[in-house]
Design a protein. Structure first.
Length: 127
């Protein structure tokens, strides 16, 4: 079962994506990007850019169980030894915040990706 859609307040969001690879050297450990996107109802996986990397081909977020004020997902991979993990998303009328934690299978390597974004307003034509 694939993840249920995330009901965001449609609009333009200023997203910050932070990727943390704690097993790497200090200068390679963190990567942060800032992006502006027009979002609507999205699949949870599309909010985490790391899941579009070829290393995670065959991996999907499943579920979308509501727990308190957030949605929780499980990471399932067609190759069960590839990776495992979970994601948590909190959506409000003014923004979105999420954390994806992944453990690489067969290795003592973990990584996480955090997204946060404030809703700036309605989507409009590109300037």
């Amino acid at each position: 079962m694939f993840a249920s859609p995330v009901a965001l307040n449609p609009g333009t969001y200023e997203l910050t994506v932070e990727t943390l690879l704690p097993n790497l050297e200090e200068n390679l450990r963190y990567a942060t990007t800032h992006q502006r996107h027009c979002l609507g109802t999205e699949e949870a996986a599309t909010l985490f850019p790391i899941l579009r990397h070829q290393a995670f081909a065959g991996c999907v977020l499943t579920g979308g169980q509501s727990v308190e004020d957030r949605l929780e997902y499980s990471l399932e991979c067609s190759n069960r030894e590839a990776a495992s993990g979970a994601a948590r998303l909190t959506v409000s009328p003014t923004g979105v915040y999420g954390v994806l934690e992944i453990k690489m299978g067969g290795k003592n390597m973990t990584l996480s990706q955090r997204i946060s974004g404030a809703r700036l307003g309605q989507c409009g034509p590109a300037r």
